[in-house]
Design a protein around this ligand. Structure first.
Ligand code: FES
Length: 172
């Protein structure tokens, strides 16, 4: 998607900030123990950090390299998941759409899973099962050369922003 409409009424902005604050405190604790590359249950995660901003990037935009192969990476600092699957790249909120728990990626079955109520989602964020009532929330993104630029405050919920949610990916 190249020109993402502004999500001026995204109801989760406040929740998302709270989620990121809470996550930051938890990560600070994990970091002090040297466990940032593992989640609370000890499962390894593929962590990533945002690239340096380009001069014209807005404060709410984060850049990431386009993944070379299919897979999932998580930027916990900004609450962003980047997933490449079947020639498409998606950016998701790390927060479960049910009650904002940080999602996990399970490489063995190639699904996202929520540790709190066990909701499961496909690589493209589509809901499979569990207590959540919608698919994972997608973030607006665009391609800029060899990078993906993600608007971390522009969140599309499948039920409230169906058209934008469906279009929120880039082809690679
Ligand atoms: S918080 Fe994720 S399913 Fe309830």
């Amino acid at each position: 998607m190249t020109d993402s409409p502004e999500c001026t009424d995204c109801p989760l902005d406040g929740d998302r900030r709270h989620f990121l604050r809470t996550l930051g405190v938890a990560l600070a604790s994990l970091g002090s123990l040297g466990l940032v590359a593992r989640d609370a249950d000890g499962a390894t995660i593929r962590a990533m950090t945002a690239l340096l901003a380009a001069p014209d990037d807005r404060r709410d935009e984060k850049r990431y390299p386009i993944p070379d192969v299919d897979g999932v990476s998580i930027d916990r600092d900004n609450g962003v998941i980047i997933a490449r699957t079947a020639g498409r790249v998606f950016a998701f909120s790390l927060a479960c759409p049910h009650q904002n728990t940080a999602l996990r990626w399970n490489e063995s079955d190639r699904q996202f899973q929520c540790p709190k109520h066990k909701s499961r989602y496909r690589e493209d964020g589509a809901y499979i099962q569990g207590r959540a009532t919608r698919s994972m929330d997608r973030l607006a993104l665009r391609r800029d050369g060899a990078a993906i630029v993600v608007e971390i405050d522009t969140l599309f919920q499948q039920d409230d922003h169906a058209k934008e949610w469906l279009a929120a990916f880039v082809v690679v």
